[in-house]
Design a protein. Structure first.
Length: 80
């Protein structure tokens, strides 16, 4: 992530998920001290607006961990 090279490694967490059935999807999020700083979304993820709002709002997402990317968890329901 840009401008994160001087942050302590323990404060930066990255989660990724990819799948290829039925269509290719790739998701990667970067969190700094529990707050989403960036995301890469490739394919039809349906998470664009949710992740944009999470980045802009600066909500602490520490309690979710890798569940942020779990397709069985409807993460947008937590933040409506």
């Amino acid at each position: 992530g840009q401008k994160l090279e001087h942050e302590p490694p323990a404060d930066v967490v990255m989660y990724s998920r990819s799948e290829y059935d039925p269509a290719p999807v790739f998701i990667r999020v970067l969190l700094l001290r529990g707050r989403m700083m960036g995301a890469v979304l490739i394919g039809d993820t349906g998470l664009e607006e949710t992740f944009e709002n999470l980045i802009l709002d600066g909500i602490d997402l520490s309690r979710f961990g890798a569940q942020l990317l779990d397709p069985d968890v409807d993460i947008e329901d937590f933040f409506d």
